[in-house]
Structure formats: structure tokens, C-alpha cells
Write a protein that binds this ligand. Structure first.
Ligand code: XLS
Ligand code: MG
Ligand code: MG
Length: 397
């Protein structure tokens, strides 16, 4: 029996429903296929995933339409599958907070979906997504995710990038209106990614998506679903991107996982690589009012059998809770807090100059003599602060 399993019932990091942990059916169901090798694990029945995830302490599951209902299923097959799935949700006390559409697996989508050059493909993508939104609404999903998938280019000459933006806008406007007309209680979350499977994907980062949202017909219905790995693939600071999304009131959902720097999308177990960044991510989410699902969009290593898949799932949740406990410890650490207080308190001499624009402030600012030499000589003690943070994370404080 693995160590993780022995601890399952006893320790304070054990996942609980109130932690709001969710997994995609495609995450635990990932069969380990990569561009160089075939499946290494058998398919997992969605009903079994619901049962196992619930036993491990997860709160819900999410899915792409075809994670649940195979592409091309008859209406009767669809209804049977959905009935069994809803029964499993009720049997095991699980919910579906988010749903999405698979617009990237079938060859029809090899040139994208909403931005594909072929109008028939674009129209089919609208049709498929409407059915998938209906399916999401049927199981109670209140967030609908759009990840660009193959919305991009390999041959830059193939598409006008401005037209691509317009096509994406038309599609998202279409679905906002569809959701309104159907009376669904649902918001849209757009998920950026810089590349993979295309050489370049449109709307590559959180910042691109945020700017796009305000060009839509219903910006109030649309937010972002940022993913750790996707921003790290671009070499960006995920925590800062999330802060900007939170500040804009646009963090509708989040995809937690991990990644070794800028390379292909690795979807590793949450917190398995970027421990310090993930500490500050958890700190931000817990302290700045994010109350949505803590969703894991990751999968276990290709080396694993089914037991390894459940070790992976439990590991994601436990690491989140361990980092949450570390955040509490950070906030209660007298020495760290005193240093932060000292750093941020500062000399109030010039405080009155920073309370916004007024003609009086303009006058005062123009007249003020700054002691630039003294300001320039100041040491900030960030080495000490960062080392204390590291020692705390490593369990030495
Ligand atoms: C792929 C994406 C995908 C979305 C959902 O890289 O992360 O899994 O989250 O379609
Ligand atoms: Mg991903
Ligand atoms: Mg994702």
C-alpha cells in the first residue's frame, strides 16, 4: 500500500467536498497516448471516474461532450449514457460545474473550428457546440469553457489573422445569445494557449483573452479559464496573469496543473514542478476571493497504470491543501509579517502625493525636493524575505 493511501483517512490535507476540487473526465481518463507512442492504459468508464473521484474527496467532474457521449452516437445511445451518468452523479454526490466541446479531435477540425477557412466546418462547429451546451445545461454546468484547440495556423499565409479574431468574436457572440435565448444559467470562460496542437494558436495568453472579451456583445457573460501550463509554455508569470483576471472580475474558472518551463503542454500533477509559483498561486486564490472550482486539467505520467492515476488525482488535491496550509503558516509567521509590514509601511512623508490626481497634488509634486541619493541607497531585504519563504515552503520554519 502506498504512503499516500495510508494517509488518506487520517491527515489534515485530506481533500473534502468543501475544497471544491474538480477533475475533467479527460484527465483521469487520459490513456497516455503521445505523438511517439500508443495508449498505455485502457479507457476509464465515466461512471467509475465519478465514483473514484468522489471517494478521494473531489467535489465534481467536468467534460468535453465526447468524453461522455462518443462522436456520432445515436440519440438513443446519448440518452442512455447521460441517464447512467446522471445516476452516478446522484449516487456518489458529485456535480458538474463546467462543460466544454471537443472541437479538435475529429479530422473535420484539422484546420480549426470557428476560425477554419471552410464555412461548412465553421457551421458544423456551431451546431456541435450548441448540442454540447445543451448537454452541459442538462447536467447543471454553470460555466462553459472554450479552449481554442486547433484555432490557429501552421501556414501563416493560410488565414488573415484579423478575420480570425472576427470569426471567433462572431462565434462567442452567437453562443452568448444562444445561452440567453435558452434561459440557461451559464457563463462562458475562454481558455488561452500559445501553441499545440497548432504551431500558433490565436489568443495565446490571459492578456490577449481579457482584451478580446471587452469587444464582445455580452462581456459581462464572458471571463477566462487560464491554465498554469499554458502560461508557463509562454514563459509568463501565471500568478500575475491570474491577479489581473481577478482584478477585472474575470476569473470564472481555472485549470490547475504543472509544467517544466516553455515546451510542449505537459499537464503534470499540480505542484509537481513549480512549487514556489504554485504556493503564491494558492495564496492569491485563497486570499483574493476566488470561490470557483479548483479544477485540475492534468494527467498522470504515461508510466502509470490505473492505481497510478488515482495516486495522481489524490496528489493534485493534497498538494493544493498542503500549499494552503503553508499560506496560513506564512501569514502567521511573525518574522515574515514584521518584515513585510516594515517594507510596505514605508516613510509616510510623501504619502499625500500618491492619492490621485488633483491640481493641488500637481502643484505639490512639482515643488517637492526628493532625496534621491538616500532613496537610491536603500536596501530592500528581499533576499532575506525570499529565503524565509523558501525555508517555510521546505518545512524549516
Ligand atoms: C488543452 C486544454 C484543454 C482544455 C479543455 O491543452 O487544456 O484540456 O482545458 O478543452
Ligand atoms: Mg492544457
Ligand atoms: Mg486546460
Amino acid at each position: 500500500m502506498s504512503i499516500i493511501k495510508q494517509e488518506l483517512t487520517s491527515d489534515q490535507y485530506r481533500p473534502r467536498k468543501e475544497d471544491k476540487f474538480t477533475f475533467g473526465l479527460w484527465t483521469v481518463g487520459n490513456q497516455g497516448r503521445d505523438p511517439f507512442g500508443d495508449f498505455v492504459r485502457p479507457a476509464l468508464d465515466p461512471v467509475k471516474s465519478v465514483k473514484k473521484l468522489s471517494e478521494l474527496g473531489a467535489w465534481g467532474v467536468n467534460f468535453h461532450d465526447n468524453d461522455l457521449v462518443p462522436f456520432g452516437a445515436t440519440p438513443a445511445e446519448r440518452d442512455r449514457i447521460v441517464r447512467d451518468f446522471k445516476q452516478a452523479l446522484s449516487d456518489y454526490g458529485m456535480i458538474v460545474p463546467m462543460a466544454t466541446t471537443n472541437l479538435f479531435y475529429h479530422p473535420v477540425f484539422k484546420d480549426g473550428a470557428f476560425t477554419a477557412v471552410d464555412p461548412a466546418v465553421r457551421a458544423f462547429a456551431l451546431q456541435k457546440t450548441m448540442s454540447a451546451i445543451d448537454l452541459g445545461a442538462e447536467v447543471g454546468a454553470t460555466t462553459y469553457v472554450f479552449w481554442g484547440g486547433r484555432e490557429g495556423v501552421d501556414a501563416e499565409a493560410s488565414k488573415d489573422p484579423v478575420v480570425a479574431v472576427q470569426r471567433m468574436r462572431d462565434a462567442i457572440n452567437f453562443f452568448c445569445q444562444y445561452i440567453i435565448d435558452q434561459g440557461y444559467n451559464m457563463r462562458i470562460a475562454l481558455e488561452p494557449k500559445p501553441n499545440e496542437p497548432r504551431a500558433d494558436t490565436y489568443f495565446p495568453t490571459i492578456g490577449h483573452m481579457l482584451a478580446f472579451i471587452y469587444t464582445l456583445d455580452h462581456p459581462e457573460m464572458v471571463g477566462v479559464n487560464p491554465e498554469v501550463a499554458h502560461e508557463h509554455m509562454s514563459g509568463l508569470n501565471f500568478v500575475h496573469g491570474i491577479a489581473q483576471a481577478l482584478d477585472a472580475g474575470k476569473l470564472f474558472h481555472i485549470d490547475l496543473n504543472d509544467q517544466k518551463g516553455p515546451r510542449y503542454d505537459q499537464d503534470f500533477r499540480f505542484g509537481s514542478e513549480s512549487i514556489k509559483s504554485m504556493f503564491f498561486l494558492v495564496k492569491l486564490l485563497e486570499e483574493k476571493g476566488y470561490d470557483g472550482p479548483r479544477h485540475f486539467d492534468a494527467h498522470s505520467y504515461r508510466t502509470e497504470d490505473e492505481e497510478g492515476v488515482w495516486d495522481f488525482a489524490l496528489g493534485c488535491m493534497r498538494t493544493y491543501n498542503m500549499l494552503k496550509a503553508k499560506v496560513q503558516q506564512f501569514n502567521a509567521d511573525a518574522e515574515i509579517q514584521a518584515l513585510l509590514q516594515d517594507l510596505n509601511g514605508g516613510d509616510q512623508t510623501y504619502g499625500g502625493l500618491l492619492s490621485g490626481y488633483s491640481s493641488e497634488t500637481v502643484k505639490k509634486l512639482k515643488e517637492t525636493q526628493f532625496d534621491v541619493d538616500t532613496l537610491a541607497k536603500r536596501g530592500y531585504r528581499y533576499e532575506k524575505l525570499d529565503q524565509m519563504t523558501i525555508e517555510l515552503i521546505l518545512g524549516l520554519r
